[in-house]
Design a protein around this ligand. Structure first.
Ligand code: COS
Length: 415
């Protein structure tokens, strides 16, 4: 893997996005209602082409390779989006870090469109893609990824929402019965990528992904009051009909669809965290340079300066880990699950540390409602839990390390 550095075009684009986030998106976010989808914010992201770019990768790099790419297009289904093409993960990480720096709400709105619709872009049928992806990228349709259940969060393969053959249609359809919980954008999304059990007793191999429009009979939802500015809710499926046309990927292969999606999005959660850490660090530099105490600026106290140096070093390390995981994804590296997990783990834990230290160095003013750090202190917590808690990321890393160790030993034994 090459040592990582951004080229001037990427650097300039990130600066542009930070400006957009602060100048245009933050005021739109401020006018939104907490816990509700902010459609004007989504429209602004769409207008700048950012939602499309999340699915197409950098301009000119992916001819026909992705839905919506030149020569591909949603209408004919485009090419399938697979790792190893076109700088997609890197692009997503740059967008998420830059937007997060200036407006976490815009960042999250963008990311949730990606998380909910990516399984469709990657594994959906041409008809599903043609119906939904243009609406998602235009910011008109809101997407959601529905994996977690009251009894299956970290242990995703234990999910219990059942898809049983629909007696009315025999083998050609299913009825969904069960619940999903802690689903971002629920209950306001326009469609859900739902993971359901089509075979009992088969663990991760008996799960199928379905694209379920929000207006399907038997589907209802309610909002949960959570520590987050975006909606998070619960969904109840009471005999909701789905057909083979709603299957995303292959029946029984839904767990793979979920994991492939998380492999792409986990480093980008890390990028979100890095954006927040950088914002907290910059606020701390400004504050400690200007604020005087004990006869001089705070920055002249070694105890303060060393903390700032530590925050900056860890933020930079997190950024590099995120970007190298993204580059590995884009290169089709076989160790993507481990690298994605490491990037998410390290970056989200680092951001928690950096934001907390920033609060400490600011003192009480940082905890006043409306202060940037008060906002970041609330925002930084959830990413250590969603898309696989830190403990799950450590398990993924350890499992991959031992698998490689055993494979290496076997190879040594065989040669
Ligand atoms: N990428 C690709 N495939 C993966 C994978 C990954 N990251 N992780 C697991 N798989 C595959 C395995 O290769 C295995 O495939 P086969 O059945 O073909 O052998 C299958 O999935 C089952 O894997 P495993 O036995 O490791 O599954 P477990 O149930 O033991 O554990 C974890 C899977 C814990 C990693 C998974 O449940 C997980 O990621 N949990 C967190 C869920 C999460 O992120 N929830 C948040 C929802 S979005 S907010």
């Amino acid at each position: 893997m090459p040592v990582f550095s951004l080229d001037p075009v990427q650097t300039a684009w990130c600066a542009e996005l930070r400006e957009l986030a602060v100048g245009t998106l933050r005021p739109l976010a401020a006018r939104g209602e907490p816990g509700r989808v902010n459609r004007p914010l989504l429209a602004a992201l769409a207008e700048r082409g950012l939602l499309t770019r999340m699915f197409t990768g950098p301009p000119g790099v992916s001819p026909g390779g992705f839905p919506g790419a030149e020569g591909g297009g949603f209408a004919n289904g485009g090419g399938s989006a697979v790792p190893g093409e076109a700088g997609r993960a890197l692009e997503l990480c740059l967008m998420r870090e830059s937007l997060a720096y200036g407006c976490t709400e815009a960042e999250t709105a963008l990311a949730l469109q990606g998380l909910g619709a990516w399984p469709v872009a990657r594994a959906g049928t041409p008809a599903q893609r043609a119906r939904w992806l243009p609406e998602v990228t235009a910011g008109r349709a809101v997407a959601a990824f529905a994996l977690s259940e009251p009894g299956a969060g970290s242990d995703a393969a234990a999910l219990a929402l059942r898809a049983v053959p629909d007696p009315r249609t025999g083998r050609d359809g299913w009825l969904l019965t069960g619940e999903k919980q802690w689903i971002s954008n629920a209950p306001e999304a326009d469609f859900y990528t739902v993971f359901a059990r089509t075979a009992e007793g088969t663990g991760s191999r008996g799960i199928t992904a379905f694209l379920v429009p929000a207006d399907r009979p038997g589907l209802s939802g309610s909002a949960l009051e959570m520590l987050s500015p975006h909606p998070v809710g619960r969904l109840v499926f009471d005999g909701t009909p789905v057909t083979p046309a709603d299957v995303v990927g292959e029946p029984g292969r839904g767990f793979r669809v979920a994991m492939d999606t998380l492999n792409l999005f986990r480093p980008s959660v890390g990028a979100f965290a890095v954006g927040m850490a950088q914002a907290a660090l910059d606020a701390t530099l400004a504050h400690t340079a200007a604020r005087t105490a004990f006869g001089g600026p705070l920055k002249d106290l070694q105890s303060v300066a060393h903390q700032v140096a530590e925050m900056a070093t860890r933020t930079e390390a997190a950024r590099l880990l995120v970007l190298s995981a993204a580059a590995a994804y884009d290169a089709g590296d076989p160790e993507v699950p481990r690298r994605s997990a490491m990037a998410k783990l390290f970056a989200t834990e680092t951001a928690q540390y950096v934001v907390d230290t920033a609060v400490q160095l600011h003192g009480a003013r940082a905890l006043r409602r409306g202060h940037l750090l008060e906002h970041l202190y609330r925002e930084v917590r959830a990413p250590r839990i969603y898309e696989g808690a830190s403990e799950i990321q450590r398990s993924v890393v350890a499992k991959a390390l031992y698998a490689r160790h055993s494979a290496d030993r076997r190879q040594e034994g065989g040669t």
